[in-house]
Design a protein. Structure first.
Length: 162
């Protein structure tokens, strides 16, 4: 589960990098193989069809991955209203022995205040007790920090107000 969280953090950082310039994220499917090598499939074109294809890859595991993640651009409802968010769904294979669903709220570059990344929100965790969420968060951010190009963008854009 720790490796799944780290891998999810790495690809989430990549997604933050992608939306930091104001573009809509192309649905993506990231994976990590037994030997530690990672890969990324993107599903350009129609966003709904791309999201469906990314989720199909998550279920079918075409690269025989030990961990995989789907990240989509969407929205989440927070106490102060709806906001843009990267929607993260990560799993450990086979079979799905660990599931992590998170949202990473962000403020788009087009807003007057500029781009910002807010605290990630756990939506669902299956396969880990609640008393391990702090360690899962640490593993997730280890993955974020491992992305040498995206981590500085995330760190510069952090806004702890939400």
């Amino acid at each position: 589960m720790w490796d799944t969280a780290r891998m999810a953090g790495f690809f989430a950082a990549h997604a933050v990098w992608g939306v930091s310039n104001g573009e809509v994220l192309v649905p993506m499917y990231g994976y990590e193989k037994q030997d530690g090598k990672r890969g990324l499939d993107r599903f350009p074109g129609d966003l709904q069809a791309g999201a469906a294809s990314a989720h199909q890859s998550l279920r079918n595991n075409p690269h025989e991955a030990v961990n995989s993640v789907v990240i989509l651009d969407g929205f989440i409802e927070l106490p102060d209203g709806e906001t843009d968010a990267l929607l993260v769904e990560a799993v450990g294979h086979p079979p799905f022995d660990f599931l992590l669903r998170m949202a990473i709220p962000y403020r788009p570059m087009s807003e007057p205040e500029g781009f910002a990344v807010f605290r990630p929100k756990f939506i669902e965790v299956d396969g880990a007790p609640e008393d391990q969420f702090e360690e899962l968060t640490e593993a997730f951010f280890e993955g974020v920090e491992a992305h040498e190009h995206a981590a500085p963008i995330w760190l510069a854009a952090i806004d702890h107000s939400r």
